[in-house]
Design a protein around this ligand. Structure first.
Ligand SMILES: Cc1ncc(COP(=O)(O)O)c(C=O)c1O
Length: 426
């Protein structure tokens, strides 16, 4: 065992990193017998910031004491809550402030944005996605095609090469080039949910634009995980959820980005009153006066209970800074990778790119004996106190989130995997 492989070494690395202090700002779930679980599942649902309960309680009290006046009360300030959250969302997205809005939910936001940005014509109506896109994205895109009267043949899916797991940017760029003037929209993930692969978005956005297609992004697995520069990359639109790396809680209010070059382009929107500028929203005029910017895509009044936990989570991102968090993330995930390699060797297959620049926090793995099955092995991890997740057909995702995970978590996770593998029937 190399010295790096000891628990003491993991603990020493935790002690040496000043950002380790942020873990104390979160609740870590416990096993039925009261031990803290080893939680490597922030790619699925982020942990609860300790202050989230206070924010929720404060909101409930405001509702109790103010009723409807909470919307306009200067202390409660419900009407401007999305604006209070926007600066952190913009910083994480690499966007100008008016280019982001915290609203609705991820798939709904994708639909709202596609309503504006997917404007198919007879010649140009195809949509390109990756073959293993998250099912909700595939369903959403297929339904947009159907809604506009086009069939499945208009859905272009780029697959990994035979025998490979990962997408090649060359192949995506070539498919975009090949589709050329037939392609209306390219919808890609920042980080692919199943493999953890981070795509070169700057390159692929430019490729889409070269053929005159719109470049849209699903950043569910990228926001708060990897640094983004949506404005400089020139993405047309993007949407993300807030329950993974952003720690907003199950179903938390999501977010969206629209590049500022579209603000005055007269794009059609599926509208609702919340997209009306605050100054005139309650005039109830015959026609609406939308916000200039991403906030103009708001439709309904916000589910505030799903939003206030972000008031507890976002300041932690502000405090750490995405640059420092990304550096910590690389170190943590690299450590987890080394531990898996050194301690488990051929008993584990890592599907995620080995190059740290091509991934975020998540490592997707297959365990020996799990190919095409292995659900029992995964259940063994959960029962031993490792919370991670399983994606069909045989992928286990382990994601050390840099805000709250530690080197010790990574060390313990590998020990649990080893233990479960040893206990599995040969
Ligand atoms: C990549 C991706 N897209 C879309 C979704 C669906 O999100 P929602 O149910 O919040 O619309 C998820 C959920 O995990 C996801 O991971």
């Amino acid at each position: 065992m190399s010295s790096d492989a000891s628990l003491e070494s993991a603990q020493a690395q935790d002690a040496a990193d000043p950002l380790s202090r942020l873990r104390a700002a979160f609740h870590v779930p416990a096993t039925p017998d009261g031990r803290p679980v080893t939680y490597l599942c922030g790619n699925s649902l982020g942990l609860q910031p300790r202050r989230a309960m206070d924010e929720v309680a404060k909101f409930m009290q405001e509702w109790q004491q103010l009723g409807v006046l909470g919307y306009h009360d200067p202390g409660a300030d419900w009407l401007n809550l999305h604006e209070r959250l926007a600066p952190t969302a913009a910083a994480l997205a690499g966007a100008q402030l008016p280019e982001v809005v915290v609203m609705h939910s991820l798939t709904i936001n994708l639909h709202l944005l596609m309503a504006s940005f997917y404007r198919p014509t007879r010649e140009r109506h195809r949509i390109l996605i990756e073959q293993n896109a998250f099912p909700s994205d595939r369903y959403a895109v297929a339904s947009q095609l159907e809604w506009h009267g086009y069939g499945r043949e208009a859905l272009v899916q780029v697959a990994a090469r035979p025998g490979q797991q990962l997408l090649q940017e060359d192949d995506i760029a070539a498919a975009i080039e090949r589709e050329g003037g037939r392609l209306a929209l390219v919808l890609l993930p920042g980080v692919q949910y199943l493999t953890g692969q981070r795509l070169d978005l700057a390159r692929l956005i430019a490729a889409a634009h070269r053929v005159g297609a719109v470049a849209g992004l699903d950043l569910a697995h990228a926001m708060g995980n990897v640094p983004l520069a949506l404005h400089d990359w020139g993405a047309d639109f993007a949407a993300w959820c807030s329950y993974k790396y952003l720690n907003g809680g199950p179903g938390a209010t999501a977010g969206a980005f629209v590049h500022e070059r579209h603000f005055d382009a007269g794009l059609p929107k599926l509208a609702g009153w919340w997209g009306n500028e605050l100054a005139t929203r309650f005039d109830f005029a015959e026609s609406m006066k939308p916000y200039r910017g991403a906030a103009g895509w708001q439709v309904s009044n916000h589910p505030l209970l799903g939003m206030v936990p972000l008031l507890a989570s976002f300041p932690l991102f502000d405090e750490a800074g995405m640059g420092a968090l990304a550096a910590r993330s690389r170190a943590l995930t690299g450590y987890l990778e080394r531990q898996l390699d050194e301690r488990l060797g051929a008993r584990i297959e890592i599907l995620t790119p080995r190059d740290p620049a091509r991934r975020g926090a998540q490592l997707s793995v297959r365990l020996a004996g799990s190919r095409g099955g292995g659900r029992a092995l995964f259940d063994g991890l959960i029962s031993r106190g490792l919370t991670c997740d399983w994606r069909e057909p045989d992928v286990i995702r382990l994601a050390p989130a840099p805000l709250y995970n530690s080197y010790e978590d990574c060390w313990r996770a590998v020990s649990i995997v080893e233990d479960a593998l040893n206990a599995a029937p040969a």
